[in-house]
Design a protein around this ligand. Structure first.
Ligand SMILES: [Zn+2]
Length: 427
């Protein structure tokens, strides 16, 4: 796919210690978005911008939100190339929680043996360093590229993903023909990502004394009906769609159940309201509009069924009251499922690069959650492959770590992926 002398030239220009040093420098910058503590992605973004300028890249810094910049690092190819390969990595990290719970301080980037520990080592500052060093190696090697490489160093991946949305709104994605999403997937080539629909059910009853429950209306029976309905929806989705080989089963998971939703809960008080938060995760072929419709219908049926059952019981007991609870559902977010064909040029380039670097056949997989790539794929139809170093279950944990050999291997795979994707004139 790529002449061996070019491969040697680029891999020879990639400095393994440079990858480790850059990763450590990024981890030492606390980039948790926490307005109260005064931390954000700003300092890490500025650090990347200065580093990239020193390497000779064209660099642009754009504020996606106050103190939350995106950094765009460009390596221009030969004139006439019509592809742009984007490497995407985020600068934000999630909170370390209680620092005392960590064996090594969370922003120390301590190295023990071949592991680096710290918040962001795995998700995803290690991979961010790998993609930047891969770009630097290609630049130093001076190999011709028939297209540009765009390093998207974006903010707010762990939150509302405003960084990638800003990147798209400003038109930068228009010229991106494919993207490598640099996230910890343990070397797997991930060509699909689960989608997500998040919803809030609110049940409204009437608050009353626990000793006189018939004087109010308990929201609990409606909550039970909602939970049962979600189980049925999940069962139906699993039955009709089956298990996705990369993404596993679809799920309808009630994650938060609160009654009352605010104020103290008291044993002798029937709460006036209850909320159920639902995290629906989808696999390809599942229609999101149909799911939203089913959730609305579940709210409607719950109101009717619980009202009917309560009315009948009340009649037998001679109780008069309004027996119907209010049941509303609100869609909080809707992120589609994405899938890239394994025959797509960017997937083939990454597969070839993985083989060339590791000597092994690549293993394929799927991303269980959403990433910035979700928006690139869903809004702009950009083929994406998610690939990076780091155990897949370690993100967001205490004592987060990354294997340094795998990290350097990943930088090599990124570099050769770009060479393969942009290495020869496209027909
Ligand atoms: Zn991440």
């Amino acid at each position: 796919m790529v002449p061996p002398d070019l491969v040697d030239k680029v891999l020879g220009a990639l400095d393994p210690a440079g990858v480790v040093d850059l990763a450590a420098a990024l981890v030492r910058i606390n980039s948790v978005f926490d307005p109260e503590a005064g931390t954000s992605e700003q300092e890490a973004a500025e650090f990347v911008a200065r580093w990239a300028e020193r390497q000779g890249f064209a660099v642009a810094v754009e504020e996606a939100a106050p103190r939350r910049p995106n950094v765009l690092v460009t390596l221009a190819g030969s004139p006439g190339g019509d592809r742009t390969l984007m490497f995407e990595g985020h600068t934000d990290v999630v909170t370390p929680g209680d620092p005392a719970a960590w064996t090594h301080p969370p922003f120390s980037a301590a190295i023990v043996g071949r592991r680096m520990f710290g918040r962001g080592t795995n998700d995803t500052k290690g991979n961010l360093a790998a993609m930047l060093c891969a770009m630097a190696a290609i630049r130093r090697a001076g190999v011709p590229l028939h297209g540009d490489i765009l390093g998207g160093v974006l903010c707010d991946e762990e939150g509302a993903m405003t960084g990638v949305q800003d990147f798209i709104r400003r038109g930068h994605a228009d010229r991106v023909s494919a993207a490598v999403i640099c996230e910890p997937q343990d070397g797997l080539l991930c060509t699909s990502q689960k989608g997500a629909v998040r919803a809030r059910f609110t049940v409204t009853g009437r608050m009353c004394h626990g000793a006189m429950p018939l004087s109010g209306l308990n929201p609990a029976p409606a909550v039970a009906e909602i939970l049962r309905g979600l189980e049925e929806l999940e069962e139906e989705a699993c039955r009709t769609l089956g298990r996705d080989p990369d993404l596993n089963w679809p799920s309808f998971t009630p994650t938060v159940i609160q009654a009352p939703p605010e104020g103290p809960a008291q044993l002798n008080v029937v709460p006036g309201r209850a909320v159920v938060l639902v995290d629906v995760r989808t696999i390809p072929r599942q229609s999101h509009p149909a799911i939203v419709e089913r959730l609305r219908r579940l709210a409607e049926e719950t109101r009717r069924r619980v009202g009917q059952a309560t009315r009948e019981r009340d009649r037998r007991r001679g109780v008069t009251r309004d027996p119907e609870p209010g049941v509303a559902v609100e869609i909080l977010s809707d992120r589609p499922c994405t899938q890239t064909d394994r025959g797509d040029p960017v997937v083939r380039a990454a597969a070839w690069a993985t083989r060339a670097v590791t000597g092994r056949e690549p293993a394929y997989g799927g991303v269980p959650g959403a990433t910035d790539g979700t928006f690139l794929a869903a809004w702009k139809g950009i083929p994406i492959v998610t690939l990076g170093a780091g155990d897949r279950e370690v993100p967001h944990q205490v004592d987060e770590w990354v294997d340094l050999d795998q990290l350097v291997e990943t930088a090599r795979i990124y570099a050769l992926t770009a060479l393969a994707y942009l290495g020869s004139p496209q027909p």
